[in-house]
Ligand binder design. Structure first.
Ligand SMILES: Cc1cc2nc3c(=O)[nH]c(=O)nc-3n(C[C@H](O)[C@H](O)[C@H](O)COP(=O)(O)OP(=O)(O)OC[C@H]3O[C@@H](n4cnc5c(N)ncnc54)[C@H](O)[C@@H]3O)c2cc1C
Length: 450
């Protein structure tokens, strides 16, 4: 496509979803401007996926570099959208692009909502993950984990956190804590291979004996479930520490217990039982409480979107249009919607974890981006193209200059990559050197381009 049918689309957020939207729309001949909060592209593919997954990370990185080399994709990193940020949503919409896609992920943190959660030693999983992946702002922050760490949640993120604690922090004990039972565990059996060499089988067997009757009450046979869980401990990665990992099931944290210095010393837990809920089960508190000693706790219970961005927001998600169109994929699912006026926010779309927080792996985010691009293409096909890419980019650069923002283009990224590769600094668990702060990166980029 060229000429009058080529539209300019702005994609905010360069994670797997945004990169998919950009790639598809660029392939269709549109001009795409990508604006990303982080200097580097990739989102959680760069700052979330466990560092040791070199093949997955390397493959995605290569794919994204190739995409950014296309002449109709214009990348600017270090540009945050939101109130009080580099640009507001309204300023972005006013730049003259035909559509704006928000693929900014789920950057909000769910309130822990447990008394005492401001104590030292209480962490959100995303912050810990950003820390060990060296996202500026998190990489050089101290995370004091102590000897015994409780991780709340039994999904893949819990496994990644446990992996880091076992392999790199070499703590004494990690306990994954689940509101429900072992049958309702959420992690992928393949992921558990990263940590299964450190499983405390005796402790796990004792835990099953402790909850046996409560499992039987909902028709679950503890011996069979234990066998199913431990049978997955195959092809374990070689053991590199003496950390012991275990589980605590049917337990909800109620209160953070602290010492005189507001440093965590344990959790107050409530015992739960299971009750059938349709095909599934629900945890029901038994009002029986006990103390669980631990030095730190990581809440790995999913994220929510950032409500301060300025997009219509309700109950942890950005609001999408309730009126189905019948198209496949359905346009309404990707269109931002203003409930106050009862209208879609014209030309504003959502994709990936910004649309469905914490849902699925990279493949799911990519597919969501592809679907969103289909919906945007449909939207554009009925319209005459507006401003040219150069006009939109000129306006954008003027605004960013006014704000004293320091955007980073692909040329700058290349300078940064070369500098990081050439650096002799420590690489520790991430297996590569990364500058810890935006300032250092910007300094290298601006000197390299001068
Ligand atoms: C700990 C963890 C481990 C994971 N491990 C795996 C794995 O091993 N394999 C796998 O396939 N998947 C894994 N995933 C899932 C995968 O990372 C996600 O599915 C995917 O990254 C979601 O893509 P996204 O583009 O929607 O959001 P994100 O990846 O979060 O990207 C969002 C992008 O938006 C930018 N942004 C944020 N706010 C703004 C703003 N206000 N303005 C402008 N830009 C903004 C960010 O800089 C970022 O680049 C993991 C996820 C987590 C949390």
């Amino acid at each position: 496509m060229s000429g009058k049918n080529a539209h300019v689309v702005i994609v905010a957020g360069a994670g797997p979803a945004g990169m998919a939207v950009a790639g598809s729309l660029a392939k269709a001949g549109h001009e795409v401007i990508i604006l990303n909060r982080d200097i580097k592209f990739g989102g959680l593919a760069e700052y979330g996926i466990f560092p040791a997954k070199l093949k997955l990370r390397g493959g995605l990185k290569k794919q994204y570099w190739d995409m950014l080399e296309q002449p109709n994709i214009h990348y600017l990193g270090n540009v945050s959208i939101g109130n009080g940020k580099d640009l507001t949503v309204e300023e972005l919409r006013g730049l003259g692009a035909s559509a704006v896609v928000f693929s900014i992920g789920a950057q909000g943190t769910k309130a822990i909502g447990v008394e005492g959660d401001s104590a030292k030693g209480v962490y959100h999983a995303k912050d810990v993950v950003y820390h060990f992946n060296r996202l500026p702002g998190f990489g050089d922050r101290p995370f004091e984990m102590g000897k015994h760490v409780a991780v709340i949640g039994v999904g893949d993120v819990m496994v990644d956190i446990a992996h880091w604690l076992i392999r790199y922090k070499k703590v004494e004990r990690v306990t994954a804590i689940a509101r429900r039972g072992p049958v309702e565990r959420k992690y992928n059996p393949k992921e558990i291979r990263m940590v299964c060499a450190n499983m405390d089988l005796e402790g796990i067997t004792a835990e099953f004996a402790r909850i046996k009757d409560r499992l039987a009450a909902v028709g679950q046979n503890a011996d069979e479930v234990l066998k199913g869980l431990t049978d997955e401990f195959t092809k374990c990665e070689p053991k590199v520490s003496e950390t012991k990992m275990g589980f605590k099931f049917l337990a909800s944290p109620k209160r953070i217990l602290v010492d005189a210095n507001n440093r965590m010393r344990g959790l107050e837990m409530e015992e739960n039982k299971l009750e059938p809920k349709g095909e599934d089960t629900a945890a029901v508190g038994l009002k029986q409480y006990y103390e669980f000693p631990c030095d730190s706790v990581v809440f790995a219970v999913g994220d929510k979107v950032d409500e301060t961005v300025g997009l219509p927001y309700k109950n942890g998600v950005y609001v999408t249009c309730p009126n189905k169109t019948g198209n496949d994929p359905d346009d309404s699912l990707f269109q931002a919607y203003d409930e106050a006026s009862g209208k879609i926010v014209e030309g504003v779309f959502l994709a990936g974890w910004a649309r469905k927080a914490s849902e699925g792996l990279v493949g799911v985010a990519k597919r969501d981006g592809d679907w969103c691009a289909e919906v945007v293409s449909r939207y554009l096909s009925g319209r005459t193209a507006g401003s040219q890419a150069k006009t939109v980019l000129d306006k954008l650069h003027t605004l960013l200059k006014d704000r004293k923002s320091r955007p980073v283009d692909v040329k700058g990224l290349r300078v940064l990559e070369a500098a990081e590769k050439a650096h002799k600094g420590a690489s520790d668990c991430i297996g590569e050197f990364k500058f810890a702060t935006n300032e250092e990166m910007l300094d290298v980029i601006e000197r390299g381009k001068a």
